[in-house]
Design a binder for this molecule. Sequence first.
Ligand code: PLP
Length: 414
Amino acid sequence: MTDHDVARLRRDFPILERRVNDRPLVYLDSAASAQAPRQVLEAVDRYRRRHHANVHRGAHTLSAEATEMYEGARARVARFLRAGDPRGVVFTRNATEAINLVAHAYGRHRLREGDEIVVTVAEHHANLVPWHLLAAERGAIVRGVPLGSDSRVDHDALVAAIGERTKIVATYHVSNVLGNLQPLRAVADAAHAVGALFVVDGAQAAPHVPIDVAALGADAYAFSGHKVGGPTGIGALWMRPEVLETLPPFLGGGEMIRRVEVDRSSYADIPMRFEAGTPAIGEAIGLAAALDYLDDVGVEAIWDHDRALARHALARLAELDGVTTYGPEGPDRGGIVPFNVDGVHPHDVASFLDAEGIAVRAGHHCAQPLMHALGVDATARASFWLYTTEAEIDAFVDAVARSRAFFAPLRTAL
Ligand code: PLP
């Protein structure tokens, strides 16, 4: 994308006009939650003003319209994932709920004592804790694959960790800390060779890289609306329909049933079987608008843009004394840059930057095992998206340099 393209796209994001602490907002926290373009805000608003009603059960016009829009959103998600059959798409609250759904509906019924779940040390807690809960209940074992010497998950070790006892392999597509795109096909093949389910946490990939669930060999793919420029409160699980339709419900209630008697019930077909209660209708419609927007911009172009910004940020941060960055370098590195300023707590760095209108995240990024593997408790993290400019990265790096100078006397005093 040219500077002109980015400038044009930025006009779609009203929040980018904001000032924070009397400075123009520099929003470098898109990996936590991306900002929404007006096309999404307008789609949700239009739905609420003109079409809002409960879905699936009404005989009236508004309900039929809302149902059509909601089911249209499901088909849109299926197209986004190149998944074909929309029956494989279940709307959830977020990626976290999507992974929990797999752990409950698949894991609790398929795992036996001594079975194994293979993950990596670089997973987000959303792709660890559901497996811990499952393992504790079923007497299964969670195996974590370490980082290799190049700050990437050791790919060969990941493939080699999959064995006869493996029932689930769950890993990320793009890391929320290392920023890299993980090659998954060989992992999928190894999982399938032993009959294991291959679950992909796509929360950080969906906003940045083209996804083709069949080409990846995924059996399940999870992502969140708020990271792709959509609303919060909506996410999606795609699961191969042949597998999904064999699973029992996760949550029970209205909408997910075929017939209910006072002492028993039978359940609807997929995907309704997994959507108990009134769904997040407007949010699903907003998510579909976000996916339209992403596809209009072009996800390949976004990935190229992210990578160019990451290269620029890493190169400029490398010029600063006393600043450490984490994660690999290379063409697989997207727009996520964790860093630390020597001797300064990342929260202090983030507060310093905030005073200059620059939003970054600080903490363990819901990846405590990875923090341990990197030898730190926490980092600051700058993350970029389609609206991020090189000038913003320069402003950020200059502010990081100033933060080091600002905290230097305090460091010596300690
Ligand atoms: N997986 C990864 C890699 C993430 O970065 C995140 C959120 O930061 C999640 C899962 C969980 O997403 P959510 O909180 O929207 O469920």
